[in-house]
Design a protein around this ligand. Structure first.
Ligand code: GAL
Length: 347
């Protein structure tokens, strides 16, 4: 009893002493002006793949902008492997990231990434592709509009309003691929004389799958196809190879303004592409990620419904590119150089 009392008296005295001396050694004015040491924000960027040209740009611009804002980015790419993407995201969380930005390979499976992040109080931004879970925010383009622009180009701009059409879609695991198709099919269905004779998704957006689809479609119709809506430039590349085998040159769409597609457009073997300014999505996403990490308010412009909620979203506008505006939209903005785009075109 006695010892306890002595000890507690000593402790209280000690506490008083430290707090008093603490006060004495720290003048009030000095305390106010002392610079706040702010912890550097760390962003985890979990990407499905870096295979297509665009994703490398997304990564580079995102990282550069985040670093400009004083943040650090840890990037992981899963090469289309769902369990790898989940594992990489867990790893980013274990490294203590303040916010997670996810381009899901499979939007449904990536919902578990959001659950793990939320368990650690880490907010999640879905980038370009929606996550089908309790994701906090989503930034992308108007993806249904992409499909509409492709089908509008062939039907309205090129005036092809009847005959056999082929639709070559992207990865069925990617919500965007479903939206691109929905937009295109909606337009094509409004023309009663258009027949969609072949309509398939391509696993993991593989150009080789798209090429097989195109070959199958040509065989099944005895080459009686008047136009091809390919969901992106990679799948358009596959379709274009199959058309070339049969010495066919018919309207063909794409998306992403990849260099190979821009070259095909100026050379006349692809009609158009849909350009989605990567600079704008990547820079905005970096800013939003930093704001999310800081707990600041995020201004969104719309919501997109997934199976869990209405996700607060920002949807940017896609732009049609063909040979007529290639220079203005792609070259003059520095997306690709004139030399690269027109490399195989005779001056
Ligand atoms: C989509 C994306 C497209 C295209 C495709 C293949 O989700 O919106 O721009 O790149 O993936 O990676």
């Amino acid at each position: 009893m006695k010892l306890k009392k002595v000890l507690s008296t000593v402790m209280i005295a000690g506490l008083l002493l430290t707090s008093l001396t603490g006060c004495a050694s720290k003048p009030v004015a000095e305390e106010k002006t002392a610079p706040e040491v702010k912890k550097q924000i760390v962003i985890g960027f979990s990407m499905d793949t870096l295979k297509e040209e665009r994703w490398q740009k997304d990564r580079d611009i995102f990282v550069a902008e985040a670093e400009k804002l004083g943040a650090k980015v840890l990037v992981q790419a899963a090469n289309g492997d769902d369990s790898k993407q989940v594992e990489q995201a867990e790893n980013l969380l274990a490294q203590g990231v303040d916010v997670l930005v996810v381009v899901p390979h499979n939007g449904k499976i990536a919902a578990s990434i959001v659950e793990s992040a939320h368990a650690e109080n880490v907010p999640v931004l879905a980038y370009d592709r929606l996550v089908d879970g309790d994701v906090d925010y989503y930034i992308s383009f108007d993806n249904e509009k992409v499909g509409e622009l492709q089908a509008d180009y062939v039907t309205k701009k090129l005036g092809i309003t009847k005959g056999n059409f082929v639709y070559i879609g992207g990865a069925p695991t990617d919500n965007n691929a479903l939206l691109f198709r929905a937009g295109a099919v909606k337009v094509l269905k409004s023309f009663p004389d258009i027949k969609i004779v072949y309509d398939q998704y391509s696993k993991d957006w593989q150009p080789s799958e798209a090429q097989k689809h195109m070959e199958n479609a040509l065989t099944a119709t005895n080459n009686d196809v008047v136009a091809v809506i390919a969901a992106n430039d990679g799948t358009a590349g596959g379709a274009s190879a199959a058309l070339a085998e049969q010495k066919l040159n018919i309207p063909l769409t794409g998306q992403d303004a990849e260099i190979a597609a821009c070259q095909r457009i100026v050379e006349g073997t692809q009609s158009m592409t849909v350009f989605k300014p990567i600079q704008i999505i990547a820079e905005n996403a970096a800013k939003i990620a930093v704001d999310m990490a800081n707990g600041s308010e995020i201004k969104t412009t719309s919501t997109v419904k997934n199976s869990v909620k209405e996700v607060p979203s920002i949807l940017l506008s896609p732009v049609v590119v063909d040979k007529d505006n290639m220079k203005e939209v792609i070259v003059d903005t520095g997306f690709h150089s004139e030399e690269d785009v027109y490399r195989n075109v005779q001056k």
